[in-house]
Design a protein around this ligand. Structure first.
Ligand code: 6PG
Length: 265
């Protein structure tokens, strides 16, 4: 059974991004101590990218050997490689360009430059995940062949979507494949590729980083135990830890008992 959510409430979005950055640096350094390397699944969205900017600005980032970090993405917009809409491009500009990374360890989703459809790009990503798992294509295992993800970052939309898994749509129901293509995303741009919920929940730690009063209702529903098809964020559970890292505005509609049990900074 994966880990129940633990809540950390921060005063505002800026302090939240800085706190998540510091936490991420420490967690990746710890992973490298245990495993020799570390892996993080990045997210798009304004807060996700602001968190990466905060990592770039945090002097403690030198605690991580960035040459030994694998970078994955939870989702991507299916657009041209150089489109400003690309989560990968935004992450490179916010953080990766300022680090000494190993490009062979940057695992970006495909773009319209290389694939004819989001589905083709999703298939290719699933194969890259399998290769990174070290398992053979025909090893017969009934679980999805995946690498270790130490931390998987998620933003959340006002509708409770995570990655590009949207309420009541096909993607949140896909449980037997690692990645899916999306043609009709309610959040523009319409074409996207995304990890599925089982892959999200394969991560050691899943961190939902959520700020703003427009997220308060979805956060309240998700943490009150809503169904994950209606509120995809409700289904996010890491193997070892599920952290809801939020600001006061996003926490405004949470049950009092949960707020009281949470860490408030
Ligand atoms: C994307 C993201 C998406 C995002 C949420 C929150 O590609 O758009 O992966 O899941 O994280 O929509 O975005 P904001 O932080 O901008 O509200």
């Amino acid at each position: 059974m994966n880990a129940e959510p633990v809540l950390h409430i921060h005063p505002d979005a800026e302090i939240l991004a800085a706190a998540v950055a510091r936490r991420l640096i420490a967690r990746l350094a710890l992973a490298q101590k245990h495993h020799g390397d570390a892996s993080v699944v990045l997210t798009g969205g304004s807060l996700g990218i602001n968190t990466l900017r905060a990592v770039a600005a945090d002097a403690s980032r030198t605690e991580v050997d960035w040459q030994r970090v694998d970078f994955w993405w939870g989702d991507e917009r299916f657009v041209a490689k150089d489109s400003p809409d690309r989560n990968e491009l935004q992450a490179r500009q916010a953080l990766l360009e300022s680090l000494d990374i190993d490009e062979d360890r940057v695992h970006a989703f495909g773009s319209t430059d290389d694939f004819g459809s989001p589905h083709e790009a999703a298939e290719a990503y699933a194969e890259e995940l399998r290769r990174a798992s070290g398992r053979d294509a025909d090893d017969g295992g009934d679980d999805l062949p995946l690498p270790r993800f130490d931390v998987l970052l998620l933003g959340m939309g006002p509708d409770g979507h995570i990655a590009s898994l949207f309420p009541d749509m096909a993607g949140i129901r896909q449980l037997d494949r690692a990645a899916i293509g999306v043609e009709d995303s309610p959040k523009p741009p319409p074409q996207r590729v995304s990890l599925t919920l089982p892959v999200i929940n394969s991560a050691e730690e899943v961190w939902l980083v959520v700020a703003g009063e427009d997220k308060a209702c979805a956060a309240g529903l998700a943490l009150a135990g809503a169904n994950d098809v209606q509120v995809p964020a409700a289904g996010a559970r890491g193997r070892q830890a599920t952290l809801w890292l939020v600001d006061q505005a996003a926490a405004a509609r949470l049950p009092d008992a949960l707020r009281a049990a949470g860490e408030t900074y």
